[in-house]
Design a protein around this ligand. Structure first.
Ligand code: DWN
Length: 399
């Protein structure tokens, strides 16, 4: 195939089989669903890692159920990120901030008292309605040059455009970058947060591979996209959220990259190569075997297992390992829109945290492992001292 950033040829390195879209929960366990390949490939020329087969926006986002969770870890991250942007003058109290893929607006809610104006743009209708009801002005649309200019006319030209965990969610991210470049004046900042490919690979986070995640960005590949749209990567910040994320800070026009950019870019030169990707695929297979063996042993010995977190990544994990409602009857999740529905392909029923406490299982398979401490602390505080937790990434262990 061909790199969707620089058009060079790509090489496949991971095949997770076929799976339905990860956030397409269904209303009954027997509801038939289309499954599509999950194959990763990489480009030696620009360092891009991309999903080989991409689904259309309608297939992925027309009935979107992911609501950003209220999480202490995420709230701390919002605080740290906005402090960082303020301290480095990437954002000021006079800034107008536009967030792409703003979901229910929790990050903008955090920013609102610290800047002049906030506005969100999100394609999921029911989610953008929730944001507007909560007082975060949100335009329901996909973000591109046309919608960006329309939003700027309505809400003012942004000084900062933010894209947290959404620039990887589009087969052609160039359309979104072009939209940001169209509304940012010279000296404006484009702040992009995504899972960082080095974390995904080093921590064997193969469950981060699902149809929404069409790109796994590196400094090298992000710089290539930005360069083509008159923007320069001037800074990077690392974060632990979502299994390890990178925040790219790009400046419209020219600019000098910080030492952090050079430092991490040189690490990428060491790591992003065929041997690393081959070892990643081997470790993925090893996790699959050991998790399947553990679940089979526990269920054969009569232990009850639920999953914790109706996560997109959890659906990749379950479907790739081949775990279904036969081994795990319930998934606990605090997103009301997901409760009562069933996980795609595995057919596991989603129940509330409260119901999960009524008869706690012997084990929770932590499919929201990125919130491990928060979730285990919550369970213990709620009086559940019975359940043990199976943490699958970066290696299978019981805590
Ligand atoms: O890129 C994406 C990432 C950022 O978020 C999106 N494409 C989809 C989504 O991926 P995910 O579903 O793997 O994200 P989370 O944030 O890891 O999902 C956590 C799930 O766990 C939510 O459904 C809420 C649930 N949860 C819970 O039930 N109790 C979360 C916490 C913290 C809790 O205490």
């Amino acid at each position: 195939m061909t790199c969707r950033i620089c058009e060079a040829p790509t090489k496949e390195f991971l095949d997770l089989g076929e799976s339905p879209p990860a956030n397409s929960l269904v209303d009954s366990p027997n509801q038939r669903q289309a499954s599509y390949p999950l194959v990763l490939e990489w480009c030696e020329s620009c360092g891009n890692v991309q999903l080989r087969d991409c689904l259309g926006a309608d297939e992925l986002y027309s009935d979107y159920l992911y609501v950003t969770p209220r999480s202490g870890m995420l709230s701390e991250h919002y605080e740290h990120l906005s402090d960082y942007l303020m301290v480095n003058d990437y954002m000021t109290a006079d800034s107008t901030v536009l967030e792409i893929g703003s979901n229910v607006g929790y990050f903008l809610e955090h920013l609102k008292p610290r800047v002049k104006t906030v506005v969100g743009v999100d394609p999921a209708r029911q989610i953008s309605e929730m944001a507007n009801a909560a007082g975060i002005p949100t335009v329901c649309d996909f973000f591109n040059e046309e919608s960006a200019c329309r939003v700027a006319d309505l809400h003012g030209r942004p000084d900062v455009v933010v894209a947290r965990h959404c620039l990887a969610h589009n087969e052609w991210p160039q359309a979104m970058v072009k939209g940001a470049a169209a509304v940012l004046g010279v000296g404006g900042y484009f702040v992009i947060e995504n899972a960082y490919v080095l974390n995904t690979i080093e921590n064997t986070e193969f469950d981060q591979v699902y149809h929404e995640h069409m790109f796994y960005y590196s400094i090298k590949s992000m710089s290539e996209i930005l360069r083509r749209h008159d923007m320069v990567l001037v800074d990077v910040l690392m974060s632990l959220v979502h299994g390890g994320s990178i925040i790219f800070v790009a400046r419209r026009g020219d600019g000098q990259p910080t030492d952090a950019v050079h430092r991490y870019a040189s690490r990428e030169d060491l790591f992003l190569n065929g041997a690393t990707f081959a070892r990643f695929a081997e470790r993925t297979e090893s996790i699959k075997q050991s998790l399947r063996q553990l679940v089979d042993e526990l269920t054969r010995s009569g232990e009850s297992i639920y999953t914790y977190g109706a996560t997109a990544k959890g659906n990749t994990l379950l479907n790739y390992v081949g775990i279904t409602a036969e081994q795990i009857p319930f998934c606990v999740d605090n997103t009301e829109m997901k409760q009562g529905k069933f996980l795609p392909k595995s057919g596991i029923e989603v129940i509330s945290e409260e119901r999960g406490l009524e008869e706690p299982p012997g084990y929770f398979l932590l499919t929201a492992w990125n919130y491990q401490d928060e979730i285990i602390t919550k369970a213990r505080k709620a009086g559940n001292f019975k359940s043990k937790f199976i943490v699958p990434i970066p290696f299978v262990r019981i805590v």
